[in-house]
Design a protein around this ligand. Structure first.
Ligand SMILES: CC(C)(COP(=O)(O)OP(=O)(O)OC[C@H]1O[C@@H](n2cnc3c(N)ncnc32)[C@H](O)[C@@H]1OP(=O)(O)O)[C@@H](O)C(=O)NCCC(=O)NCCS
Length: 200
């Protein structure tokens, strides 16, 4: 896990049962930019929506910072939906919804890792990640964590810095034979109670 990039989806049985295919026609066209973001817990029925958000975010947003080969390795065109669902259920996973559509998700593990933060490009720049991370940080603190870690992509580093994370180490993560630059970042959750973070 240590050299992984956040949300690599890397999994030993990834290629074993490929049956969830790409459908990037997410339904956000009718979403007003001013609409409130609803945060709710992940349910098993959300596996397909979260994977499509992950795929669209990597190919649509992170592709400005990584080569096509790196993007393909990070988010291949298909995934084992059952394995994906198990991994989301194994973490404390939260969804962001706009206009009834799943537009983003994030999580934290029992080990204190924020493993996933993905927002559909159609819903980017509207505070969806901020709403998700604010929720995750409060939930992690309530669960007794003192510090939360993330393996942040080049794309996500500025957002994590805005949320108060700092870079601990710069590294190269290896995903399916490709090396991707990322950053081990962390945040002291005690800052939440003291009001030092710019979080709601
Ligand atoms: C990174 C990502 C989650 C941000 O989602 P988003 O909903 O567009 O982010 P928000 O609108 O909530 O913005 C969060 C903050 O980060 C800032 N920010 C985001 N991207 C930025 C950038 N490239 N440069 C500077 N600031 C940036 C925003 O200005 C905002 O700051 P503010 O709340 O203080 O005004 C999204 O772009 C994404 O899914 N990227 C691709 C996948 C990825 O790399 N995921 C992370 C894996 S580690």
């Amino acid at each position: 896990m240590g050299k992984d990039i956040t949300g690599s989806g890397d999994d030993p049985d990834h290629d074993a049962a490929l049956h969830l295919v790409v459908q990037n026609s997410i339904m956000t066209d009718d979403v007003s930019p001013s609409e409130d973001v609803l945060i709710r817990r992940f349910e098993t029925a959300d596996a397909g929506d979260t994977w499509r958000v992950f795929h669209a975010a990597v190919h649509g947003t992170a592709s400005r910072d990584y080569t096509p080969e790196q993007i393909q390795a990070w988010a291949p065109p298909t995934v084992d939906e059952a394995a994906w669902q198990r991994r989301r259920s194994a973490s404390h996973t939260y969804l962001a919804c706009l206009g009834g559509a799943v537009v983003g998700f994030s999580d934290f593990t029992d080990e204190g890792l924020l493993d996933m933060l993905f927002v559909h490009p159609d819903a980017g720049g509207r505070g969806v990640a901020r709403a998700l991370v604010t929720h995750v940080l409060h939930e992690a603190a309530a669960a007794g964590h003192h510090r939360l870690h993330v393996h942040a992509s080049l794309t996500a580093r500025p957002a994590f810095e805005r949320f108060g994370f700092t870079v601990d180490v710069t590294r190269l993560a290896e995903i399916r034979g490709q090396k991707l630059r990322n950053f081990d970042m962390s945040i002291d959750l005690k800052q939440i109670d003291s009001g030092e973070l710019g979080l709601a």
